[in-house]
Design a protein around this ligand. Structure first.
Ligand code: BEZ
Length: 191
């Protein structure tokens, strides 16, 4: 899978005759809502875990010093909480460019807080994309995030804003919160 996924995403889904579609956000889409939406609702998807395993060369790092951003990893029994947005298909013309560094759109079923369901789309960076970094100890991930910065700003801002948004959503993402704790501890102890 090439690092730039714009063309691949455009050929993946036929939006003909569709006025609006649900999009599930679990990362920057939760706090950087720079696209129009018709409705938003907290939601969760099952069988996927949020992980800082995707490299960021274009937003929160550079090709020489990539940052780390989240993707979803299949994990039976896991529940990933996030925010669902009902959007016009036109929004994907923008988001496919914003999230071009390895992310593909996949269909998913999401569950809203009242127990109702909807089918929609979610961006996932799979391990066959060139920017995928994979698993690493959470303390090492925190160190890499502390050092990385790119056109969208410091990688640490991404982590801290995501952690804050997940807390507001009532999500218990131990992976994100543990990396946040390492980042803060390493900054205060210089380790
Ligand atoms: C999200 O917040 O759902 C998202 C994360 C990474 C890339 C695109 C979207």
């Amino acid at each position: 899978m090439p690092a730039n996924t714009i063309e691949h995403n455009r050929s993946r889904f036929n939006f003909e005759g569709i006025d609006a579609i649900w999009l599930f956000g679990y990362g920057s889409l939760i706090y950087k809502v720079d696209f129009p939406f018709l409705e938003q609702r907290p939601a969760a998807i099952r069988g996927w875990a949020r992980r800082f395993w995707q490299g960021s060369h274009d937003h929160r790092g550079t090709p020489e010093a990539p940052g780390r951003v989240v993707t979803l990893i299949e994990q039976p029994g896991a529940v990933c909480r996030g925010m669902a947005f009902r959007v016009s298909p036109k929004v994907f013309e923008y988001l496919d460019v914003r999230e071009k560094n390895g992310y593909l759109r996949f269909s998913t079923r999401m569950t809203f807080d009242d127990g109702s369901h909807a089918d929609g789309l979610v961006y996932i960076a799979t391990e066959d994309n060139e920017a995928f970094l994979g698993e690493a100890p959470e303390a090492d991930i925190a160190r890499q995030i502390a050092l990385a910065s790119g056109p969208s700003g410091p990688n640490s801002d991404y982590l801290l804003r995501l952690a804050e948004s997940l807390r507001a959503l009532g999500d218990d993402c131990t992976h994100t919160f543990s990396i946040e704790t390492y980042l803060k501890t390493q900054a205060s102890t210089g380790s």
